[in-house]
Design a protein around this ligand. Structure first.
Ligand SMILES: Cc1cc2nc3c(=O)[nH]c(=O)nc-3n(C[C@H](O)[C@H](O)[C@H](O)COP(=O)(O)OP(=O)(O)OC[C@H]3O[C@@H](n4cnc5c(N)ncnc54)[C@H](O)[C@@H]3O)c2cc1C
Length: 471
């Protein structure tokens, strides 16, 4: 170990690992310290139920990963990362046995909304098609850590997305498109009438058309393992089973980069009450299933989709989100589900399947949502319960126990409400720096926020390398 490291990273989630890679590839000496025995944070894969069933306890589907501007600069395929694309990125079934879809094709997606909304959808997304690489880079570098490469498209995206998603949904006359769109916004657990929530929905829709919503072969762990493999080849060192409690626990370094919640960083690095005002939001109740066969969906489309949104109307989805954010468990939860073994047979024994789903619940909620979730799945896939071989459930307490970043079970590491959706962890043009000149934040609590894309790690690393080079 060199006497003085350039940087120490606390936490080996996708952002921590990305920050470490970004520094190591620029020649800096970096070591990562991770509390758990394995790397990955929200990108892990484990046998949670029965032998041979490989589940993702956190993230499963990666529109933001395959479309990540920083992952695109890394040779992660050489380290085993392979994206598998389901026939359909996403399907959203309704009570009448039909489904709207988010397909790679804009035309197929528009057609699934019905004739009254097909044109409105095409008009909404067409101006952005073919522009993902620059748009994603510009959008994910806000607040400005890089000058926009295509300011016109970014401004156009801002105009469409800055208002609440409920405004954007007014373009649609029927509820099929509105429900699917409301579901997309729910991926960041934001209330539908929140500022800039339109941008969230639009970004996920564009991601489907531009890069798809793939799953990594072998599960989300493959992303973390690829980042770690690359980091090690660059000379970086990763320590696991090491929970950092105080800055003094760590070797001396010129910079400390925290892939943790802001409040944990403040506690560990002695930043005082800097982040006392930071708010944590609603949580989820997650179930991982081992199934005897595929989910018996009534509608055709979900049988080939990687992701299935279960919420029959925009009103029901809005109510579920409002209830969870307002402190009440929804009677009818909105569910986001994933079917990894449809594209990746290595995830389950032959003929069997893994199935991943969660519904939103209040921050710190200690109830059991299993029955309400299964009632809702049965509504669109009668006979589902008969296929269940085993289930592993995790509510807010279990999520927090597995990963200290999920305070109160908040999987977004901070409420995506109000200005905090974009300006996090505080109102600042320099969200990655802290009051301590050597301490930085790089977790999902910093822009561009939750998701496995590594861009918070990249943006934070940029702040670090600029300082290290200037001192
Ligand atoms: C149930 C669930 C489903 C999700 N689904 C998706 C999805 O499908 N697609 C998607 O893109 N995103 C999804 N996400 C979100 C995504 O997983 C996170 O936004 C992402 O992992 C954030 O990355 P991160 O590096 O900021 O933090 P994390 O991935 O949370 O990693 C933080 C790491 O820091 C470690 N750590 C914390 N404190 C300490 C300490 N004191 N000392 C040492 N180590 C410490 C933790 O153990 C952890 O490994 C999901 C999350 C959950 C929980």
């Amino acid at each position: 170990m060199p006497s003085m490291l350039d940087a120490v990273v606390v936490g080996a989630g996708p952002n921590g690992l990305t920050a470490a890679v970004e520094l190591a590839r620029r020649g800096f000496a970096v070591e990562v310290f991770e509390a758990r025995e394995t790397v990955g944070g929200g990108a892990r894969t484990e046998e949670l139920t029965l032998p041979g069933f490989r589940h993702d306890p956190c993230s499963a589907v990666h529109p933001l990963g395959v479309g990540s501007p920083v992952f695109a600069t890394m040779p992660l395929d050489r380290y085993g990362l392979e994206w598998l694309h389901p026939e359909l990125p996403m399907a959203h079934p309704f009570d009448d046995g039909t489904a709207a879809v988010l397909s790679r094709s804009v035309a197929e997606t528009a057609a699934s909304f019905g004739p009254r909304d097909a044109g409105a959808y095409r008009r909404l997304v067409t101006p952005f098609i073919g522009r993902w690489p620059t748009l994603a880079r510009d959008f994910m570098s806000l607040p400005l850590t890089a000058l926009p490469r295509d300011p016109v498209t970014l401004a156009r995206f801002g105009l469409a997305g800055l208002p609440p998603s409920t405004w954007l949904m007014k373009r649609f006359r029927d509820d099929r498109a509105r429900a699917l769109f409301a579901g997309l916004v729910a991926h960041v657990i934001a209330p539908l009438d929140g500022l800039a929530t339109g941008a969230v929905g639009l970004m996920f829709a564009l991601a489907a058309h531009e890069g798809g919503w793939p799953l990594p072969r072998g599960g989300s762990q493959s992303i973390s393992d690829a980042l770690t493999g690359y980091l090690r080849d660059l000379g970086g060192v990763v320590h696991t089973g090491f929970e950092v409690k105080r800055l003094d626990d760590l070797p001396p370094a010129r910079a400390y980069v925290f892939d943790t919640s802001p409040t944990a960083a403040a506690r560990i690095a002695g930043l005082g009450r800097a982040y006392d005002g930071y708010r944590y939001g609603a949580s989820v109740f997650k179930i991982d299933y081992a199934l005897d066969g595929p989910v018996p969906w009534t509608a055709e489309a979900p049988r080939t989709a990687g992701t299935v949104q279960i919420g029959p109307s925009s009103r029901e989805i809005g109510t579920a989100l409002r209830q969870a954010s307002g402190g009440r468990a929804p009677e009818t939860p909105f569910l986001i589900s994933a079917q990894p073994s449809l594209v990746d047979p290595s995830r389950a024994p032959e003929g069997k399947h893994v199935f991943w789903t969660y519904g939103h619940v209040p921050h710190g909620w200690d109830g059991d949502l299993t029955e309400a979730i299964e009632r809702q799945i049965e509504r669109f896939a009668p006979g589902f319960s008969d296929r269940v071989l085993a289930r592993a459930t995790a509510g807010p307490a279990e999520l927090f126990a597995r990963n200290a970043n999920y305070v109160g079970g908040d999987i977004a590491c901070g409420a995506a409400a109000g200005l905090q959706l974009v300006l996090r962890p505080k109102l600042s043009l320099f969200p990655y720096t802290t009051s301590h000149p050597a301490v930085y934040l790089c977790s999902a609590a910093t822009p561009p926020g939750p998701g496995v894309h590594g861009m918070s790690g990249h943006n934070a690393a940029k702040a670090v390398w600029r300082r290290l080079r200037s001192t």
